[in-house]
Ligand binder design. Structure first.
Ligand code: IMP
Length: 496
C-alpha cells in the first residue's frame, strides 16, 4: 500500500513566530544577515557566503545581468536563467563579472552625424541625459564627444541639427585613464566640478562613464557581495542535459556558483550532472528541488553544495494542479532542515538549504529561515522591480510588469521539467501573468530587510544561525489568521 504521511502538509501562512527575549545584543542595527551559500565542514566557514539571505529565481522573467548587478550590490545573488543559449547566458555572466561599481558602460550612444531629434528620442527611451558620441555609435567606440542637456535648447535648436555642431568635443572633455580607481575618478570629478567622467584607453576608446551620483551611491552599499578580486558575485542555472557544453562556457565567463534547475530534483540525472561537474571542475553546484529527507539525502550524497527545497509553491506554478506533485512549503522546509541537521551531526558536513518559491509576505522569509532554511529564492518578488527583464505595462491608474513561469508555453524550458524523455513539453506547469510594478529593487529590498531584522530582533536573534536554533513557531488556526489582519474596523482610504 502507498505510504500516507500522518502529518498535514502546511504552508508559511499557517505559522507565526512567538517572541523571545529581546536584548541590547539583537537590536535591528546589530543584526547580521550573512548566511552560507555552499557546504562546509564543521569548524570551518563556508567559502561562499551571502550578505543577505536572498537569491533571485532562475527564470527568464527575473534573473538577467541587470537584476544580478542590482541584487549583488545589495548583498544577495542572482542565478542567471539557463533557458537561453549558452552564449547569451555566458555573456550575461560576463557582464556581471565585468561590472565595476561606479563604472557604468554607456547605454546611450550616438555618432557625430546623428541629429538633435535622435538625441531627444534616445533620452526619452533610456531616461538618461548623458550621451556618448563615438565613431561607430557604440559604447566601446572611439570617444569623439559628449552630449548633455546643457548642450542644446529644444525651444531654439532645429531638430535636424547635427550632433557634431553642438556636442562638447573630445578636446574640451576631461577624461579619466582606463585603470584608475573609483576614488581617483571621484577626485577628478570634484576637482573639475563634473557630473560625468568618461574613462578611455590609450586609443581614446570609451570604456566607462563615472557619474558623480554613483560615487555617493557606492558608499551606501555596505552589503555589496564581492569576490576576492572585488567583482560582483553571480550564479547561473544549468540543466541536466547540456551541462557538458554549458558548464565550461559559464566557468570561462567567470561564474561563481551553479545550480541545477529542475522542478523535481530527486532524479538520477541530477546525480550524473553533479558527478560530472565535480570530477571536471572546481565550482560549487546546488541541486534540487526536493521536498523531503530522501530527496535531500540523495542529492547530499551525490555531492550537492546546497539543496533547493520546494515543489508546486511558486506563484506562477501549476505543477500541483497538473500532476498532483508537491508539498506545503513550510512542511517541506522543516523536514529537509531536520534531515540536513542530522546529516551534519553524522558527517560533519553542513549543506545549506534554500527555500524556493511561495514567499508572499516579507515575514515568510523569516519563517523560512526560522524553519531551517539558510536563504530563500524568490521570483515574483523581483519580477516587480525596474531591474527585472520584463515589460512594464500601464494598467488602470498604475503599472504592472509581466511575469511568466519557466514551465509556461512562453518560456518553454523543457529541460526544467524533463524526465528523461524527448525534448519537448507535453503540457504547461506554469502560467503567464502580471505582477504589480513596485519601483526600484534597492528601495523595496531595504524595507524587506528592515522587516526581517525587526522580526529577528523580536525573536532575540542577532544572527540567522541563532534564529534557526532558538525560534519558536506556532501553527495558527484559520480564524486567528483573520485576527492577524486589520479587522472589525472601517478602513480609511489611503491618501498619497
Ligand atoms: P515565486 O517566488 O513564488 O514566484 O516562485 C518562484 C519559483 O517558482 C522559482 O524559483 C521556481 O522554483 C518556480 N517556478 C518557476 N517557473 C515555474 C513554472 O512554470 N512552474 C512551476 N514552478 C515554477
Amino acid at each position: 500500500m502507498a505510504y500516507i504521511y500522518s502529518e498535514v502538509s502546511r504552508t508559511f501562512s499557517e505559522y507565526l513566530l512567538i517572541p523571545n527575549l529581546t536584548t541590547e545584543n539583537c537590536t535591528p542595527d546589530k543584526i547580521d544577515l550573512a548566511t552560507p551559500l555552499v557546504k562546509y565542514n564543521k569548524g570551518e566557514e563556508s567559502s561562499l557566503k551571502l550578505n543577505i539571505p536572498i537569491v533571485s529565481a532562475i527564470m527568464q522573467s527575473v534573473s538577467n545581468d541587470t537584476l544580478a548587478i542590482a541584487l549583488a550590490r545589495c548583498g544577495g545573488l542572482s542565478f542567471i536563467y539557463g533557458s537561453q543559449s549558452i552564449e547569451s547566458q555566458s555573456e550575461m555572466v560576463r557582464r556581471v563579472k565585468k561590472y565595476k561599481s561606479g563604472f557604468v558602460v554607456s547605454d546611450s550612444n550616438l555618432t557625430v552625424n546623428s541629429t538633435l531629434k535622435n538625441v531627444i528620442d534616445l533620452k526619452n527611451k533610456t531616461g538618461h541625459s548623458t550621451i556618448a558620441i563615438t565613431d561607430d555609435g557604440t559604447s566601446s567606440g572611439k570617444l569623439l564627444g559628449l552630449v548633455t542637456t546643457r548642450d542644446y535648447r529644444i525651444s531654439r535648436d532645429p531638430l535636424d541639427k547635427k550632433v557634431q555642431d553642438f556636442m562638447t568635443p573630445f578636446s574640451k572633455l576631461v577624461v579619466g585613464k582606463l585603470g584608475i580607481s573609483l576614488s581617483e575618478a571621484n577626485d577628478i570629478i570634484w576637482e573639475h566640478k563634473l557630473n560625468c567622467l568618461p574613462i578611455v584607453d590609450e586609443n581614446q576608446r570609451l570604456h566607462y562613464l563615472v557619474f558623480r551620483k554613483d560615487y555617493d551611491d557606492h558608499k551606501q552599499n555596505p552589503y555589496e557581495l564581492l569576490d576576492n578580486n572585488k567583482r560582483l558575485v553571480v550564479g547561473a542555472g544549468i540543466n541536466s542535459r547540456d551541462y557538458e557544453e554549458r558548464v565550461p562556457a559559464l566557468v570561462d565567463a567567470g561564474v561563481d556558483v551553479l545550480c541545477i534547475d529542475s522542478s523535481d530534483g530527486y532524479s538520477v540525472w541530477q546525480k550524473k550532472t553533479l558527478e560530472y561537474i565535480k570530477s571536471n571542475y572546481n565550482i560549487p553546484v546546488g541541486a534540487g528541488n526536493v521536498v523531503d529527507r530522501e530527496g535531500f539525502l540523495y542529492l547530499a550524497e551525490a555531492g550537492a553544495d546546497f539543496v533547493k527545497v520546494g515543489i508546486g509553491g511558486g506563484s506562477i506554478c501549476i505543477t500541483r494542479e497538473q500532476k498532483g506533485i508537491g508539498r506545503g512549503q513550510a512542511t517541506a522546509v522543516i523536514e529537509v532542515a531536520q534531515a540536513r541537521n542530522e546529516y551534519f551531526e553524522k558527517t560533519g558536513v553542513y549543506i545549506p538549504i534554500c527555500s524556493d518559491g511561495g514567499i508572499v509576505h516579507d515575514y515568510h522569509i523569516v519563517l523560512a529561515l526560522a524553519m531551517g532554511a539558510d536563504f530563500v529564492m524568490m521570483g515574483r518578488y523581483f519580477a516587480r522591480f525596474d531591474e527585472s527583464p520584463t515589460k512594464k505595462v500601464k494598467s488602470g491608474n498604475g503599472y504592472v510588469k509581466e511575469y511568466w513561469g519557466e514551465g509556461s508555453n512562453r518560456a518553454r524550458n523543457w529541460q526544467r521539467y524533463d524526465l528523461g524523455e524527448n525534448q519537448n513539453m507535453k503540457f504547461e506547469e506554469g502560467v503567464d501573468s502580471y505582477v504589480p510594478y513596485a519601483g526600484k529593487l534597492r528601495d523595496n529590498l531595504e524595507t524587506t530587510l528592515n522587516k526581517i531584522k525587526a522580526a529577528m530582533s523580536s525573536c532575540g536573534s542577532a544572527t540567522i544561525r541563532e534564529l534557526q536554533e532558538t525560534a519558536r513557531l506556532t501553527v495558527v488556526s484559520s480564524t486567528s489568521i483573520i485576527e492577524g489582519g486589520a479587522h472589525d474596523v472601517i478602513l480609511k482610504e489611503k491618501e498619497y
